[in-house]
Ligand binder design. Sequence first.
Ligand code: SF4
Length: 313
Amino acid sequence: MHTVIHIALGTAYSLGLKEGSSLVPPGTAHLLNSGKCRYDCAYCTRARTSQSHEDYLCRVPWPAFEEEGVFGALGKNEEKFSRVCIQVVNSKNHLQVVSDYVERITDITSLPISVEIRTSRLVDVERFLTLGAEYVGLPLDVASPRLFPDFRGGTLGDNLSFLFDAINEFKGCVGTHLITGLGETEKEMTELLTGIVRNDIPVGLFAFTPCRGTRMEKSPPPSISQYRRIQIAKYLISEGREEDVTYDDYGKISSFGLEDSELHRIPPDIFETQGCEGCNRPYYNERPAGRPYNYPRPLTDEEFQTELRETLE
Ligand code: SF4
């Protein structure tokens, strides 16, 4: 019998299950099932061979609570959130466990539900949508076909092809996300983003965060500049201007092909967290101090100018 569920620390504060508060409150309640995953993604704290503590996912603590207490508090604090997101670890009985979560949440709130799951079966996507989820995220994570087999298992081509199958079957209800800084070149990331964005597939960006106990614990995170270049490239793709982006011999973006005045007219919100509507994921990849990879709130004009200046230097 599964009775324990993990929730992100900011969610625990908002639900009143932990003393404290977030600098920026989360717009989404984040839940996570327990157990080790049957997959072995090189960067993941819940991976099969990871030595990380179960209470961590990425750099954020996800303490465990009794399910009853979490769902009870969620029902009473619905107005604090605009969405519930369930991160699925492919542990024992995960399909039943997460199906139960979706049913319970739809019983006690009217909040839209997102389910983020690694699967290669359309029937699993259909299952969660039928139970009441609004959106199913099928993470690709790794943008490099060179690195995908080792870092995630399987091939990028097969996983991309499944994503397209799911989009064709459940248009508007499926998307993905990618992790910047796993060792892919900026060209590899931009080329993959082009195929995804040009096909209107929602895609969220994360920054790689080395976590203790994982296979990649000693690998460096990406620079903020690298992350900004990918955010700008993603915007240009959405505007149909990916042909303007050029690269050096190492696959690093060398130019966006834009006049300075055009760069200063790009919308500041491209540096904000992107993903499901209402999701700001505060401090998921970064410490609260300093420049975040993803801003969990609108940027001030000064912040935006600083970001552009430091990225383009
Ligand atoms: S499938 Fe998801 S939960 Fe499982 S190891 Fe990979 S990233 Fe972690």
